[in-house]
Design a protein. Structure first.
Length: 426
């Protein structure tokens, strides 16, 4: 995480303000601006935690804030502790503590041992912009609360940020939800993370989700989620990328394309390669189209690179996908409220019917991919490579990046779609 001080701006400042608010320290509006109110809250928090009081947020302060970002604490058990007493002390529930600690015997808690305490609020929040730090904190929180979730690192970004996949389930039908391959479409990360948390919560309490018992979905399917396929690019757009060589290079790239707003128009990875134009499915045709449009060099969007799978984020995603045997994939993008289901003449058996079920669940329209956009995408490659149904879901309407205020409305349409994908996967 970045070192923050008075005058800092961006997604990590918003994350700081959010964490301070959860901890009971009013940092003012969640506006991503480290002003007087935020500095005052930082000083009060540092004093309360017994750490150095300087109003600067570095490693020690971030560490003390971690429980309020990830939504859990790890505490040592003392004599007389029970799940009931711990739930009261930390304003949570006995059921949540049981779920997070499946190997502890409630009637024989080991004094001096550790217990995970989920705090009394959801992990995933739509109150602050997405950043790699936010997703890392939320991932840690979900794994701590729901030990039946699994995580794996499938690669690294240009700047070395981990590319993480989360999974849940034990069924043979494997479904992949992918998000934030385009930097300014970072709200898609919130979509899949919110769904994963709600699905996990329904599993823990043996409840239904969208009318289907979660346990039935768990037994039938295995869900994989890659919530942040382009972490460097997302951090650039939301202001979470620290100054330095990479940011300077991105600014130079953007200056060659002055008609594209910076940073809000940035879709590419940090090197100016559009990751969803990197896959070996009509890559040469995509190159011809994009070159004709003027995207011949690294750009904020639409530059296909010098060859397919050149970018480490795309290469890692393709290699990981090769090893998973997914039954279907859904790539979440923004915007348009439409679902694209085929790649040219490639129309896998059952793909249209399954797509119609997704459309009915969401209220979105099912359409054929426009020819100008029908090459070199992850969905295109998946269909061509494996001959199985693959979909691009264009979420919401407006100009990217869509505002956080639009999230709840978008999610209300797409949560049923995600459940339907698990329920009806071919």
């Amino acid at each position: 995480m970045m070192i923050l001080r008075y005058g800092s701006r961006g997604a990590e400042v918003a994350l700081l303000q959010f964490g301070l608010g959860r901890a009971g320290f009013d940092a003012g509006a969640l506006d991503g601006v480290f002003g007087t109110a935020t500095r005052r809250a930082v000083i009060a928090f540092q004093r309360a935690e017994g750490i150095g009081v300087d109003g600067v947020v570095g490693e020690e302060t971030w560490g003390k804030l971690a429980p309020w970002l990830g939504g859990y604490r790890v505490v040592k058990l003392r004599k007389g502790d029970t799940f009931y007493s711990l739930a009261g002390a930390y304003h949570t529930s006995v059921a949540a503590i049981r779920t997070a600690n499946p190997t502890l015997e409630e009637r024989n808690l080991p004094v001096g041992g550790e217990v995970v305490i989920p705090l009394g609020f959801p992990v995933v929040s739509a109150d602050v912009p997405v950043s790699s730090s936010l997703v890392a904190a939320e991932t840690a929180g979900l794994l701590a609360r729901y030990p039946f979730l699994r995580a794996e690192e499938y690669g690294r970004s240009v700047l070395g940020r981990p590319l993480t996949a989360l999974s849940v389930g034990k069924g043979g039908k494997k479904v992949h939800f992918g998000a934030a391959i385009h930097a300014n479409e970072w709200i898609t990360s919130l979509l899949v993370m919110r769904y994963l948390e709600e699905y996990a919560a329904a599993l823990a309490s043996d409840d239904a989700i969208d009318g289907t018992r979660a346990r039935e979905l768990y037994e039938k399917t295995t869900l994989f989620v890659t919530p942040l396929q382009n972490p460097d690019g997302v951090d650039l757009v939301t202001g979470a990328l620290p100054g330095g060589t990479a940011l300077d290079k991105a600014r130079r790239i953007a200056s060659s394309y002055p008609t594209i707003p910076y940073p809000n128009g940035w879709k590419a990875n940090i090197e100016g390669v559009d990751l969803n134009l990197q896959f070996p499915a009509g890559w040469e045709e995509a190159r011809r189209i994009k070159f004709a449009q003027g995207f011949r060099t690294p750009a904020p969007r639409d530059y296909v690179g010098s060859g397919p799978l050149e970018a480490p984020e795309a290469a890692s995603l393709a290699k990981w996908t090769e090893g998973k045997a997914f039954s279907t994939i859904i790539a979440f993008h923004m915007q348009g409220e439409v679902i694209y289901w085929q790649y040219g003449e490639n129309q896998p058996e059952g793909a249209q019917a399954f797509g119609e079920r997704l459309a009915a669940a969401s209220g979105y329209s099912l359409e054929e991919t426009p020819a100008v956009s029908a090459n070199a995408g992850y969905k295109d490659w998946f269909i061509l490579r494996f001959g199985r149904p693959g979909y691009t879901v264009e979420a919401g309407r407006g100009t990217n990046p869509l505002p956080l205020a639009a999230f709840e409305g978008i999610y209300s349409h797409l949560r049923p779609l995600m459940t339907e994908a698990l329920r009806s996967v071919p």
